[in-house]
Design a protein around this ligand. Structure first.
Ligand SMILES: [Zn+2]
Length: 303
């Protein structure tokens, strides 16, 4: 164990700042961060701690501080914009999660106002209200939620989201453990019907990396986030796909999965750097693409 957690935080933050400062960036734009209501956050930690069949391996979560401390650490590291990405595991809880996320946004103005939805009768109503109120990003998680992306109960929602252009972070890949709902098929079917949707495919779609990369290549508004991929903790990204990531430099977004990660935040950045795709690629992925897709506040970088 460390002697003094604050010393660790300070040197960790300094290491992350050095990374983006060397690139001449104003900070980091992380498209995949979670903040959840405390009771839900505890339940999520417990699922990972148990390393049960939905996780499939040891997963010692590194960041378990209070919300306030985690926001402080992101600010110290220079992660200037980040979402909170709630996701529902059953019907009837999305509005609770969304209310909490709206409150978080009020307290942490540089965060991206996040919300979720679930295939249920009321979905179009609360998604419409969320869009009207100014929600900036939605999240859905097929492994946890156990639904297909093109569930008929979501038809109206996808129409609303396509018209609004608001990004949806989709965990559709079969990592860490797949089930009958994961994999690229429902994303492919969805995009065939709603080709103008703005989707951010989490974890580069791992382990179905080639299939999800192909979807991003084929759709102007479909992006990939790097979340946990390229780290030592994840299976290696297929080497034959890496040259295609260079061509897709404007469609790859930095994502980390902070706080639910078993290694220091900096390790995600090291994983991107060692792809050796160049500083322009890193600048696009770590700041410019996020700023373009989600926008930045009028003062440039918020806090
Ligand atoms: Zn996540």
């Amino acid at each position: 164990m460390v002697d003094d957690p604050h010393d660790t935080d300070d040197s960790e933050a300094a290491g992350v700042r050095a990374f983006w400062q060397a690139l001449g960036l104003p900070g980091l734009f992380d498209a995949h961060v979670h903040f959840l209501p405390p009771n839900i956050q505890r339940a999520v930690y417990a699922v990972f701690d148990a390393a049960g069949p939905k996780i499939g391996r040891e997963w010692p979560i590194r960041y378990r501080q209070s919300h306030e401390e985690r926001v402080g650490l992101l600010r110290a590291m220079g992660v200037r914009r980040f979402p909170t990405l709630p996701y529902a595991h059953k019907p009837g809880v999305a509005t609770y999660l969304n209310d909490w996320a709206a409150d978080f946004k009020r307290h942490v103005p540089e965060s991206l106002w996040s919300a979720t939805f679930f295939p249920e009768e009321q979905a179009a109503s609360y998604v419409g209200a969320a869009l009207g109120a100014g929600v900036e990003v939605f999240k859905v998680h097929l492994q946890v939620g156990e639904f297909h992306l093109d569930d008929p109960l979501l038809d109206e929602v996808w129409g609303q989201l396509e018209d609004a252009g608001t990004p949806v972070v989709v965990h559709a890949g079969s990592g860490p453990v797949g089930n009958e709902f994961t994999g690229p098929e429902s994303t492919r079917r969805l995009l065939a019907r709603f080709p103008r949707l703005t989707l951010v495919l989490a974890h580069m779609g791992a382990p179905e990396c080639a299939e999800f990369l192909g979807l991003a290549e084929a759709h102007e508004r479909v992006f990939l986030d790097t979340t946990m991929v390229f780290t030592d903790f994840f299976p290696p990204y297929p080497a034959e796909l890496v040259p295609r990531l260079r061509d897709l430099s404007h469609w790859v977004l930095l994502g980390s999965d902070f706080p639910t990660i078993p290694y220091p935040y900096l390790h995600q950045l090291e994983g991107l750097a060692r792809l050796d795709l160049g500083d322009d690629w890193l600048r696009a992925v770590c700041w410019e693409n996020g700023a373009r897709v989600f926008g930045v506040p009028a003062d440039g970088v918020g806090h």
